[in-house]
Design a protein around this ligand. Structure first.
Ligand SMILES: Cc1cc2nc3c(=O)[nH]c(=O)nc-3n(C[C@H](O)[C@H](O)[C@H](O)COP(=O)(O)OP(=O)(O)OC[C@H]3O[C@@H](n4cnc5c(N)ncnc54)[C@H](O)[C@@H]3O)c2cc1C
Length: 387
C-alpha cells in the first residue's frame, strides 16, 4: 500500500493543473532557500525582509491575479497556493503580498482610471512602488461604515483629514489607498508619500506579525488632486470588494502555517525520547497529530473548492467568511498545540510554532475578526443582520 503524504492526505495535488503545481513548487523553493533562513531573525528584530521584495516581484507574485500591466494573470487557485507557501514561512511575508496585490493593486485595477493603472500598476508589479490600504480607524475596524476620515472638494482638488490605524506596510509604502467619507459617499483616494500633511507612524511593541510593518496614518489637510481619486466606485462596496479578494487568499495562508507547525512537531516528537520511547509513540500524542491532519485536510478541501468557485465567478462573500473563520481557527489551534508539544523548546523562535501562533493572533483579527465572519454566516442563515 502506497503511503500517504502527511501534508496532503487526500491527494489534492492530483486535482491541481501542471501549471498550478509548478507555481506552488517555485514559490516553495523560494521560501525554503531565501525566506526561511532569515525569517526568525526578522521576527526577533521586528524588521521586514526588504531585500526579498525584488525576488517576490521577479517570481511574479505581486498582483499575480491581474491581467496586463506586467502582472502574471494567474487563476484563483494559483494565487491561493502562493499565499499558502508564503505563509508556510510567515504570515508577515504573506501579508505583504496580500496587501500589495489584493488591497492596493486590485482597487487601482478594478476602480481606477486608465491613467492611474498605467501610472502605478507596472511599478507595483515590479516591487518598485509599495502600497498600503487604509480603511480601519481607531474607533472600530469591525464597523467600517462608521469611518470618520473626511475628504472635501477644494477647487479641482480634495482636502483629506483624519487618521487610520493598524495599517500593514504603512511606513514602507510609497502610496496609500485611503477610504474617506465625502459629501457624495465613501470614496477611495491614492495618497502619495511626501504629500504635505500625510504622515505614517510605526506601531511598536507588537507581539504578533513582528516581521511585518504596521502603522498609523495621519492626514492633516492633505491636498489630493482629483486625478488621485479612484473614479469608478462610491460606497463601502469599494473597500469591501478588495477585502473579499484578500480574504480569499487569507483562507489559504494559514494552511501553510499549519503545515509548517505539523512538519516541525512530527520531526520533534519522533526524535524526542521520553520514558524510553519516542514521544510520537504515545497514543495521546498521535491523537493530537491525527486531529491536526484532519483539520488541515478539511481546510485544504474548503479552500480548493472556494478557489474553483472563484474561477467560475460564483464565489459568495459568506463562503469566504466560512473559509476564513475555519482555516484561521484551525491553524491557530494547531500552532498552539504544536507549541505545547515542543515543551520548553517551543517558547523560543528557534522553533516555528510560537512565531506562527503569535502571527495567527493577528490573522484571526484582521480582515474581519472571527466573530464578524460568524455573524456574516449567521445573517446568511437567518436573513437577520445581528451586527
Ligand atoms: C497586524 C494587523 C494588521 C492590519 N492591517 C490592516 C490594513 O492593512 N488595513 C486596514 O484597513 N486595517 C488593518 N488592520 C485592522 C483590522 O482589520 C482590524 O483590527 C479588525 O477589523 C478589527 O477591528 P478593531 O481592531 O478595531 O477591533 P474592534 O472592531 O473594536 O473589535 C473588538 C472585538 O469586538 C468584537 N466585535 C465587534 N463587533 C461585534 C459584534 N457586533 N458582536 C460581537 N462582537 C463584536 C470583535 O470580534 C473583537 O473581538 C490590521 C490589524 C492588525 C492587528
Amino acid at each position: 500500500m502506497a503511503s500517504l503524504n502527511p501534508y496532503d492526505l487526500y491527494d489534492l495535488n492530483s486535482l491541481l493543473s501542471e501549471e498550478e503545481r509548478m507555481i506552488r513548487d517555485s514559490v516553495a523553493r523560494f521560501v525554503d532557500e531565501r525566506a526561511m533562513p532569515v525569517i526568525a531573525e526578522h521576527f526577533d528584530n521586528a524588521t521586514f525582509p526588504m531585500d526579498l521584495i525584488p525576488e517576490l516581484a521577479d517570481l511574479g507574485l505581486l498582483g499575480s491575479s491581474l491581467q496586463g500591466y506586467g502582472c502574471a494573470g494567474l487563476n484563483a487557485v494559483s494565487y491561493g497556493l502562493i499565499c499558502q507557501e508564503l505563509e508556510r514561512c510567515d504570515s508577515g511575508l504573506r501579508s505583504f503580498v496580500s496587501v500589495q496585490s489584493s488591497l492596493c493593486m486590485y482597487p487601482i485595477y478594478a476602480y481606477g482610471s486608465d491613467e492611474q493603472k498605467d501610472r502605478w500598476l507596472p511599478s507595483m508589479a515590479k516591487g518598485e512602488t509599495i502600497g498600503c490600504f487604509g480603511l480601519t480607524e481607531s474607533q472600530g475596524g469591525s464597523d467600517p461604515g462608521n469611518l470618520k476620515t473626511y475628504a472635501r472638494r477644494d477647487g479641482g482638488d480634495w482636502l483629506v483629514n483624519g487618521s487610520k490605524m493598524w495599517i500593514t506596510n504603512g511606513n514602507l509604502a510609497d502610496i496609500a489607498i485611503v477610504w474617506a467619507r465625502t459629501e457624495e459617499g465613501i470614496m477611495g483616494f491614492v495618497l502619495e508619500k511626501g504629500m504635505p500633511g500625510f504622515e505614517a507612524r510605526r506601531i511598536k511593541s507588537k507581539m504578533s506579525l513582528r516581521a511585518s510593518v504596521t502603522s498609523e496614518l495621519y492626514f492633516d489637510n492633505v491636498r489630493v488632486p482629483e486625478a488621485n481619486r479612484l473614479p469608478n466606485v462610491v460606497g463601502l462596496k469599494g473597500p469591501l470588494g478588495c477585502l473579499t479578494q484578500a480574504r480569499y487568499g487569507i483562507t489559504w495562508g494559514p494552511i501553510g502555517a499549519a503545515i509548517a507547525c505539523l512538519d516541525e512537531v512530527l520531526r520533534y516528537t519522533s526524535d524526542r525520547v521520553l520514558f524510553d520511547r519516542p514521544l510520537a509513540a504515545n497514543q495521546a500524542i498521535q491523537i493530537r497529530l491525527a486531529d491536526m491532519a484532519r483539520r488541515i485536510t478539511a481546510a485544504q478541501l474548503i479552500s480548493l473548492h472556494l478557489g474553483r468557485l472563484k474561477e467560475a465567478g460564483k464565489m459568495q462573500p459568506a463562503q469566504v467568511s466560512l473559509a476564513k473563520w475555519n482555516n484561521v481557527r484551525m491553524a491557530l489551534d494547531i500552532a498552539r498545540d504544536c507549541r505545547d508539544m515542543l515543551g520548553g523548546a517551543g517558547i523560543t523562535t528557534e522553533h516555528q510554532a510560537i512565531r506562527h501562533m503569535l502571527n495567527l493572533e493577528s490573522v484571526i483579527t484582521y480582515e474581519g475578526t472571527e466573530t464578524v465572519h460568524q455573524l456574516v454566516i449567521g445573517r446568511e442563515l437567518t436573513g437577520i443582520n445581528a451586527f
